[in-house]
Design a protein around this ligand. Structure first.
Ligand SMILES: NC(=O)c1ccc[n+]([C@@H]2O[C@H](COP(=O)([O-])OP(=O)(O)OC[C@H]3O[C@@H](n4cnc5c(N)ncnc54)[C@H](OP(=O)(O)O)[C@@H]3O)[C@@H](O)[C@H]2O)c1
Length: 246
């Protein structure tokens, strides 16, 4: 789906990958709805985009709460009259070995990384059906396919959303709703700083991660390229248009 002129809803747009995606989508001519908890940051972002001639609106929600997720997505759809693209990007990590990971932190990231996108999809799908179709992108992570010590809980949430995304793809394909899954790798955002878990666990993880992180602007480009080519499953280091559409 081409981005110019489309209504694009982006969750987790107050930071990192989501903010870079909102800026890039607006620059390409999309009408943008941005969702997160940080109202001030979202309002500054939409003011910036609107000054540049885009149409951008902010909706504040704690996406761990399905009622707030549904309310924000519905408000965005009603504001623009439709949703063409939903990008489920908001996410958080919880760090800790399986032997002692904090279960309250684990529960919180299940609510955000798994229930949040499902609630947002459930709110957006009726509007997409009414409009004859749409595109949903669920932002997973490369760690969904790996074992990294201390990231088991987070990786489990991303593996869960990947599986839900693939199943929804087949369920919604007859209705012209394309459900895509994106697997970014390590990206230079506040994500590590924002992770739940003890200081000790987070420091231990930092020491075990290697490699140069991607810039969020580059990740945003790849995400939007994946939407343009409607590639079902794509990551940073492949060409979305060259990947299988199965
Ligand atoms: N950075 C990486 O290395 C990396 C790698 C692979 C995948 N990812 C995935 O990419 C996505 C974006 O991550 P990022 O790196 O851009 O992280 P980030 O800079 O920490 O941004 C996370 C975004 O999620 C929002 N968010 C967090 N908790 C929320 C809640 N309860 N309700 C609503 N919004 C909430 C934050 O906004 P508020 O705090 O304002 O609510 C923020 O806009 C996540 O799904 C992450 O799992 C990241």
């Amino acid at each position: 789906m081409d981005i110019p002129g489309k209504v694009v809803v982006i969750t987790g747009a107050s930071s990192g990958i989501g903010m870079a995606t909102a800026r890039r989508a607006a620059a390409l001519g999309a009408q943008v709805a941005v969702v997160a908890r940080s109202a001030d940051v979202l309002n500054t972002l939409t003011a910036e985009l609107n000054e540049q001639g885009a149409t951008a609106v902010a909706f504040t929600a704690d996406l761990r709460d399905p009622a707030q997720a549904r309310h924000a997505i519905t408000a965005a759809a009603e504001r623009f009259g439709r949703i063409d693209v939903l990008i489920n990007n908001a996410g958080q990590s919880a760090v800790g070995h399986v032997a002692d990971v904090d279960l309250d932190a684990f529960r919180q990231i299940v609510e955000l990384n798994v229930f949040g996108p499902v609630a947002a999809m459930q709110a957006a799908i009726p509007f997409m059906r009414a409009n004859g179709g749409g595109v949903i992108v669920n932002v997973s992570s490369s760690v969904a396919k790996m074992q990294i010590l201390g990231l088991g809980a987070y990786a489990a949430t991303k593996a869960a959303i990947s599986k839900l995304s693939a199943t929804a793809r087949d369920e919604l394909e007859p209705e012209n709703i394309r459900v895509l899954t994106f697997y970014p790798g390590q990206t230079a955002t506040a994500f590590g700083h924002n992770a739940l878990g003890s200081q000790q666990a987070r420091q231990g993880l930092r020491g075990s991660l290697s490699g140069q992180p991607d810039a969020p602007e580059l990740v945003a480009e790849r995400l939007l390229a994946g939407i343009a080519s409607e590639t079902p499953e794509f990551s940073m280091h492949d060409q979305p248009s060259e990947m299988s559409k199965s």
